[in-house]
Design a protein around this ligand. Structure first.
Ligand SMILES: Cc1cc2nc3c(=O)[nH]c(=O)nc-3n(C[C@H](O)[C@H](O)[C@H](O)COP(=O)(O)O)c2cc1C
Length: 330
């Protein structure tokens, strides 16, 4: 049975045009240029067709934070499904169905956060735990006291790690909340890393090499090159435009993930070629889950996997480490 999602226009390609400015909804902030850029700039990168080789068996598996995954793909954290998609499903049910699909396809699952602690954080965290815990709880950059309260939930449930979407400091709804979000500096990140204990800590929302180096200095285990799907600041570069310089600055010292506008297996291939360890996909997988549940997400992941394998075969890449910058043309 298909559920309705009245706030998503469900375009043939999810590119940010039709929904620009729609928040709540799925759009980018303001004119929606950051969201649109993410998709547009990815399309400019081409794959170097090369079949003069003996590539036969293709291995798409990779290691992320000590976990073996079948694909360099993760489900991005998306909170507030009812308000943003216009779908009659709680965030607990949404994350249960999403995390189940991720478990069955063996990829990492990220869970989001929102003002309503119980419904947008605690229950979604429980959902991830109940589905095996192979993923990250993504805490909003609340004031420290609230962050510490969120860590009680981290202790309660067995999950792989913790992320913080520091760029959510720009979400208007949260900026003006009773318990507001704030900008985090390196000292704050250091403190949050300590709260993580031996769990990996990822900083989400990095768009410059300077910020990437500060996250590294703060002890982060990973970063996500992200502009929050274009929802926090209009007219940023696309994430794919800044990825390479950030990867260069980091030079293998932590795991680099990227999200924003990734829609096909070819798109995932492009990010890996430019140095990312994995890609997060947001809106398309969230829509699949909101309308068709676990089966919908599994079908979408399998489609991405097929496209990714085809891209690897046609560029002569037998495994993930063979996907280097020589495989794409900018
Ligand atoms: C409706 C909606 C809710 C989101 N909620 C969260 C969240 O709770 N935490 C977070 O880190 N990112 C959140 N994001 C951002 C996504 O995790 C991700 O960075 C972005 O959507 C990726 O771009 P894509 O949707 O174009 O693939 C949200 C995005 C949308 C569209």
């Amino acid at each position: 049975m298909k559920r309705e999602a009245t706030l998503c226009r469900q375009c043939p390609v999810c590119n940010g045009f039709a929904c620009r400015g729609e928040i709540p909804g799925l759009g980018g902030i303001g004119q929606g240029i950051s969201f649109i850029n993410n998709v547009k700039e990815l399309a400019k990168i081409k794959l170097n067709l090369d079949v003069l080789n003996d590539v036969k068996d293709i291995d798409t598996s990779t290691d992320l934070f000590g976990e073996k995954c079948d694909l360099p793909l993760c489900c991005a954290p998306i909170a507030g499904i009812r308000n943003n998609y216009g779908t009659d499903i709680s965030d607990y049910d949404y994350n249960t169905e999403l995390a189940k699909a991720c478990r069955e396809e063996n990829i990492l699952c990220f869970v989001g956060d929102g003002i309503d602690f119980e419904n947008y954080f605690h229950l979604p965290a429980k959902a991830l735990h109940e589905q095996g815990g192979k993923g990250f709880l993504t805490i909003k950059p609340w004031q420290m006291e609230t962050v510490k309260q969120r860590f009680e939930t981290v202790k309660e449930f067995d999950v792989l790690g913790v992320a913080m979407d520091i760029d959510a400091a720009g979400l208007p709804l949260l900026r003006n909340a009773k318990t507001p979000v704030e900008n985090k500096d390196i000292r704050a990140l250091h403190e949050i890393k300590k709260l993580c204990g031996d769990k990996p800590f990822i900083v989400k929302g990095i768009m410059t090499k300077e910020a990437a180096l500060l996250a590294l200095e703060a002890g982060a285990d990973g970063i996500i090159v992200s502009n929050h799907g274009g929802r926090v600041l209009d007219e940023t570069p696309a994430t794919i435009e800044v990825l390479e310089e950030i990867v260069e600055a980091i030079n293998g010292r932590l795991t680099v993930l990227v999200d924003g506008g990734f829609r096909t297996g070819n798109d995932i291939f492009k990010a890996i070629a430019l140095g990312a360890d994995a890609v997060l996909v947001g809106r398309p997988l969230a829509l699949a889950c909101a309308t068709e549940g676990t089966d919908g997400v599994r079908n979408s992941i399998q489609k991405l996997k097929k496209e990714f394998i085809h891209a690897m075969r046609m560029t002569g890449c037998e495994n993930i480490s063979a996907i280097t910058h020589t495989k794409v043309r900018k």
